[in-house]
Design a protein. Sequence first.
Length: 59
Amino acid sequence: MSNLSYETVAMFAQQGGTLYFAAIFAAGVAYALWPRNGEAFRRAAMLPLEKDEDDNVQA
């Protein structure tokens, strides 16, 4: 058997999870702030404000 205690494994898992979350978060922020994606995000932000031809349909 190995000499790994529960505390050692738990600490490793917590630190690994934190690093994994930080990497995923950094990748998401980089994707959102990447200049090439700016226009797509601006168009998506304006979608709720656009007039749609179905807006005046009554049920």
